[in-house]
Ligand binder design. Structure first.
Ligand SMILES: O=C(O)CCC(=O)C(=O)O
Length: 174
């Protein structure tokens, strides 16, 4: 991660992502989005998501598809659709399926378009992802001052240094 992001590195977000068998109901497709589209953006946008397969994942059970080179388009406008919290943008092409064995991973930037389709198998498709970023990265906001990522809860320092003079909240009591 330091080779890609630089010496000042934090590990700032994790999530389990289980896609239950749902080809019949067709609800668990996860449309194209950029992870940085969940906020108003992260600067520098060098953050990287590492999506680790916990099961064999392929086109049949809803693997992640990435759109190589899409990060060069910068942060695209995202919107919610109806009551769904999913975000979507118009995208051409199918992308590349990340077909993985358990323990293998696909890594992509916070600006890389990615998605997953339905799980046509009869078993849950399980994954776990980790997000790494520059230790001095800030989350952009429409109304407030950009907030350093290190102010989030459960952020771990991997290596290097963070400039804490930019914090927007008082430091926790010792
Ligand atoms: O695991 C998946 O199917 C996609 C998850 C994802 O892209 C996300 O949570 O942002």
């Amino acid at each position: 991660m330091q080779q890609l992001i630089g010496p000042d590195l934090i590990f700032w977000f994790t999530q389990f992502v289980t896609k239950f068998p749902d080809a019949a109901s067709g609800k668990s497709a996860f449309p194209w989005h950029q992870d940085n589209g969940y906020s108003q953006g992260i600067e520098p946008a060098t953050n990287i998501t590492v999506w680790v397969a916990l099961d064999v994942v392929n086109e049949h059970n809803g693997c992640v598809y990435v759109h190589p080179g899409s990060h060069k388009r910068g942060l695209l406008p995202h919107e919610t659709k109806g009551e769904s919290w999913h975000l979507h943008v118009p995208v051409e092409g199918d992308g590349v399926p990340a077909i993985l064995q358990p323990g293998e991973a696909v890594a992509f930037t916070g600006l890389t378009l990615h998605r997953s389709l339905l799980n046509h198998s009869d078993q849950p498709r399980r994954g776990f992802f980790m997000e790494y970023a520059n230790a001095n990265a800030v989350e952009q906001a429409t109304t407030a001052t950009p907030r350093p990522l290190v102010e989030r809860s459960c952020v771990y320092f991997v290596d290097g240094q963070a400039d804490l003079s930019r914090r927007t909240t008082p430091p926790p009591l010792a």
